[in-house]
Write a new protein. Structure first.
Length: 522
């Protein structure tokens, strides 16, 4: 039996239960649950007037802002599928994801007007559904962003006069219905749209709530981007579901992050390993009072023991977790085990089962390395319009994570390596195949391969191996200039090695394992 319920009930119910309580403090301005729900409703009425209905896709290219949450929850109330896109992507990358999702509407900040304008004639987005939004915050002196172009509609002007009462959806919305499509890069070079349902999102809310021992008087400090599954499904949605107050900024600033902990007496703090490195570099943690913090959740990439120790000296005990876009917040290391189980990603969450499987699919005993497998109500519905990819990733409800790891005798899990070649740089997933695909279109490049190598600042960065075409020579600046505008800057390799040939298997595939064994330590 399908249950008629959706994630849009979260702000609606919170507005009834605690209307005057601050839901979000955005750039030091407090917005109550009632105010937030009314803003969401105005947005929902606007979407309905534009003819957007259940099952349609609405995409956003937005910095963190209140409107991001408004559009997200408005879509949830109406059964519209929300598609948040990484604003760091280059034009061709945005074009692919917008067209792949079949988005009917695109909402974008003025900061990204140029990128959108360049690709808009190639998009499936309907002509009257390009929605412009002025960026929040003050601009540096002398900097002026463009106003709303003639081919777009100004969001603030069309939403402000819409009704603030609850919308009446054209069609009922059920828990099993898709809530969002979150794009995650694929090893074949094409991004995949991970479909997340309302039901899965509620179970993630419950799981995160148990992890952090959530309370209604909690103050959540986080500056993670909302377009990521971490920012949206591990921070923002659980915070609203639990009636907490979330302190939000347009983007990450290490100094401001530390100051916000003291300014707002934060009790739960979320930050990725790279963010913590930058925060520690400021020295601000030695000059603030962080005694209010009860829970610190971090990780997102390989985390050195020294970072845990530096935070612990300041009374901040970071609990490392593990998750994927396909199944967020799978595991978290209990606070009492941070030092005893250093390096562990913890135990499975309350609504997730995890085990280690061998190549034959059988469960492996403690200590043996295999692929981490997961099942439970938090696993994705599948990949958007990719039935074959979905069947390979999820079999009988079991998610093949693509990560190699093992479990110890006490049931704590450890990640050893990745079955695939993805690496994480500054908390961002980077799939070498995407960049390799672009590099091999350069007329002077015959072959290209990229691996992730350790980096003190970013966790990992890319190292490129280039085989020039016959009788051709090229320079590193040439390569970097060629990549400009074709892939996001954070995906650029930072080191290169020119080679006469790459190590290949019998089937002519690059032996990445050989490259990693030789070069990951340089």
């Amino acid at each position: 039996m399908s249950v008629e319920w959706n994630v849009g009930y979260i702000p609606y119910k919170r507005a009834l239960i605690s209307p005057g309580k601050p839901a979000v403090i955005f750039e030091d301005v407090s917005v109550t649950y009632q105010d937030l729900d009314e803003r969401i409703n105005r947005c929902a009425h606007f979407l309905m007037k534009k003819g957007i209905k259940k099952g349609d896709r609405v995409a956003v290219v937005l910095l963190n802002c209140l409107e991001f949450l408004e559009i997200y929850f408005a879509c949830a109330k109406l059964g519209i599928i929300f598609v948040p896109l990484n604003w760091r992507l280059a034009g061709p990358e945005l074009e692919y994801q917008l067209n792949d999702s079949g988005a009917r509407m695109l909402v974008f900040h003025d900061s990204f007007l140029g990128s959108v304008d360049l690709i808009r004639s190639s998009l499936k987005v309907e002509q009257d559904k390009f929605i412009y939004l002025k960026s929040p915050g003050k601009l540096p002196p002398g900097i002026e962003l463009p106003g709303c172009p003639g081919w777009a509609t100004d969001y603030s002007s069309v939403v402000k006069d819409k009704p603030k009462h609850e919308p009446d959806p054209f069609s009922p919305v059920y828990l099993e219905d898709p809530l969002a499509i979150i794009y995650t890069s694929g090893v074949t070079g094409n991004p995949k749209g991970t479909v997340v349902s309302h039901l899965q999102t509620f179970f993630k809310n419950f799981q995160v709530g148990i992890y952090v021992d959530a309370r209604e008087d909690d103050i959540v400090i986080a500056q993670m981007p909302l377009f990521h599954s971490g920012g949206l499904f591990i921070v923002a949605t659980p915070a609203m579901n639990g009636g907490m107050t979330m302190v939000m900024r347009t983007g990450f600033d290490a100094n401001e992050f530390a100051e916000d902990i003291q300014r707002y007496r934060g009790t739960i703090v979320f930050a990725l390993t790279t963010m913590w490195r930058l925060i520690l570099d400021t020295g601000k943690l030695d000059r603030i009072d962080a005694s209010s913090v009860r829970c610190v959740v971090g990780g997102g990439e390989r985390t050195p023991q020294s970072l845990f120790e530096e935070l612990a000296k300041r009374g901040l005990y970071m609990q490392q977790g593990f998750g994927q876009t396909e199944n967020s917040a799978m595991m978290l290391l209990p606070r009492e085990d941070i030092h005893r189980k250093m390096g562990s990603i913890g135990k499975p969450g309350f609504f997730t089962d995890i085990w280690v499987a061998g190549e034959d699919g059988r469960k492996l005993p403690p200590g043996e390395i295999g692929e981490l497998m997961a099942k439970g109500p938090t696993v994705m519905s599948g990949y958007w319009n990719l039935p074959d990819e979905t069947s390979h990733a999820v079999t009988d409800g079991v998610l093949h994570t693509g990560d190699l790891g093992y479990m110890d005798e006490e049931g704590y899990f450890y990640v050893v390596d990745r079955l695939k070649d993805m690496y994480r740089s500054g908390g961002e997933n980077v799939y070498p195949a995407e960049v390799e695909k672009v590099l091999t279109t350069h007329p002077k490049i015959s072959q290209a391969a990229i691996i992730g190598i350790p980096d003190k600042r970013w966790g990992e960065v890319g190292m490129g191996f280039i085989v020039p075409a016959v009788n051709e020579s090229l320079t590193i600046p040439e390569i970097q200039n060629f990549l400009q505008g074709k892939v996001a800057r954070y995906k650029f390799p930072v080191k290169y090695l020119f080679m006469k040939e790459l190590p290949l298997t019998a089937t002519m595939k690059v032996k990445k394992s050989e490259l990693k064994s030789k070069f990951r330590g340089i």
